[in-house]
Design a protein around this ligand. Sequence first.
Ligand code: ZN
Length: 261
Amino acid sequence: MAQIIGIIGGSGFYKPDNDSQKKTINTPFGDATVHLTQLGNKDVAFITRHGVKHSIPPHLVNYRANIYALHHLGVSRIISTSAVGSIIKEIPPGSFVIPDQFIDFTIGRPKTFFDGKFDITLHSGEKRSGVIHIDLTNPYCPDIGNVIATAGKELKMDIHEKGVYVCTEGPRFETPAEINSFRILGGTLVGMTSVSECILARELGMCYSTISIVTNLAAGMQDKISVSDFLKTFDGKIVELRKLVEKVLEQVTFVSDKCDC
Ligand SMILES: [Zn+2]
């Protein structure tokens, strides 16, 4: 098993430098671009979710190619970062949250490897096809979640250890009525990306956890949602986020027997 951790982040989080090696991985679902580099004390395979120039909207990200490419490289644990809106005012912009549950409202995007059209070859060489029903009792890896929470506390960050990530199709933001209904359903955060990755990672038996950065209060909780305010909050948190991810990478193991992801 390769000793490498997968990182999926926004284009603001990681800029490829001269030390990183760019690789195009051909997958049955299309090509994925991966940057191999070092972060913390680990070798990592980094994917910029929206492309290096932030040109791919959330509903058009090739989630299957990205997750399959990481699996193909021998990655068994993925840590991602995701920008979200907060549905509850107790979690203000600037907070970090480690979601432990999700509610999926995406509609148009492929979210399984096993739709009958593809034979999947796992990194172990095992072939899988047909219909697969995965268990998502703990959708996000509880073991990586614990590592992130511990690292966040050591860095004295405002980090919330639980949250329900509501995933919408995007790219538009939500209406206040939608946000009210998400709140009634028990949602904590709203975003457009992490859930697709979480499901696909589990289908290939990989651990997946995300660090959500609250960039704004959701619709109806502030006058309006402005992308420039959103980016300003995110940019203001980049240094802290990088520190957190580096500390997590120092402490996380390549495989774990503490979870059954
Ligand atoms: Zn796990």
